[in-house]
Ligand binder design. Structure first.
Ligand SMILES: Nc1nc2c(c(=O)[nH]1)N[C@@H](CN(C=O)c1ccc(C(=O)N[C@@H](CCC(=O)O)C(=O)O)cc1)CN2
Length: 287
């Protein structure tokens, strides 16, 4: 629904949370269209909820709604929460290196309206994809990463992200390890597609690792980026069967299909406020 709002909540589990939230929304004249919840342990665990509702009334006074919710519900239940509106368009940057399949998948899904975001720029350490990106009407910034001068390159990228007030960074096969300084600027707001079924084959060239191991499944993993390479909270994964008949090139071809779909689903769910992080795990509320 174009006019939908969603409250996303994390709090200590206890009786009465759903009643308090749904009661508040009822009193506010809102009609709940979807409500999903999860508790890590009803006896003193952590409670997660995503409730979607119409916003006809909310558009009248978003400030008053949020102030009242904080005072009447979030404060008493010690909730961490956020309010997202379907009409919001988070500002997104896409980073890419040589391989463009994941980038182009995101651009196509953005163009068709599936990804409800404002893609403000594409940044790459290679010049290869300028023409394709500019055909989508999106600025392309080539920021080469010279050996031993990664910090300078990151400074340039961070300046571009800040200038565009970027809220989400997507690594669409961007093959540079981000420094702790970069990562801490965007906590749980950098999504990477790793080309293996993590935790198997973290690091570089996972398809060759998979071939040499003789696996019968290969996969792709979309995760939030943390300082530790490929260790961040997993958002989405998928696999495909392979066999002795597949060489490394064929594994890469089959893997690219997975990478495109897995990253697109992860970005879509993040944009729709469906992903909550708890430690190094995620709670993902389904479509
Ligand atoms: N801080 C983080 N940065 C990045 C992560 C991450 O999880 N944390 N994921 C990677 C993506 N990636 C695998 O999915 C990956 C990218 C790059 C490398 C790597 O060894 N890069 C070398 C340079 C290689 C080159 O120049 O071609 C390096 O950065 O020194 C390993 C894994 C993205 N960043």
């Amino acid at each position: 629904m174009e006019g939908e709002a969603r409250l996303v909540i994390t709090c200590p589990d206890r009786p009465g949370i759903v009643a308090a939230v749904s009661g508040f929304l009822f009193q506010s004249g809102a009609n709940i269209t979807d409500l999903q919840q999860h508790s890590t342990d009803p006896e003193g665990g952590t409670f997660f909820m995503r409730v979607a509702f119409d916003t006809a009334h909310l558009l009248l006074d978003r400030k008053a709604f949020t102030e009242r919710f904080q005072e009447e519900v979030a404060g008493p239940f010690r909730m961490a929460w956020r309010l997202g509106l379907e009409k919001d368009r988070p500002r997104v940057a896409l980073l890419v290196s040589r391989q463009a399949h994941a980038l182009l998948e995101l651009l196509w899904r953005w163009r068709t309206g599936e990804l409800k975001a404002e893609i403000r720029l594409v940044v790459s350490n290679h010049p290869d994809h300028r023409d394709e990106v500019e055909r989508f009407g999106i600025p392309y910034h080539h920021v080469p990463v010279e050996k031993g001068r990664k910090e300078e390159a990151e400074e340039r990228i961070l300046a571009l992200l800040e200038e565009e007030k970027v809220e989400l960074v997507v690594l669409a096969r961007y093959m540079q390890i981000l420094s702790p300084r970069f990562v801490e600027r965007y906590p749980m707001r950098i999504i990477n597609i790793h080309h293996s079924f993590l935790p198997a084959f973290a690091g570089a060239d996972p398809y060759r690792q998979a071939y040499e191991r003789g696996v019968k499944l290969i996969g792709a993993t979309a995760h939030y980026v943390t300082e530790e390479l490929d260790q961040g909270p997993i958002i989405e994964q998928d696999v495909v069967r392979v066999s002795h008949r597949h060489g490394v090139a064929e594994l890469r071809r089959l893997g690219r299909e997975l990478e495109r779909a897995v990253l697109a689903r992860a970005v879509k769910w993040h944009l729709e406020d469906r992903v909550l992080v708890h430690g190094n795990r995620t709670v993902v509320f389904s479509e």
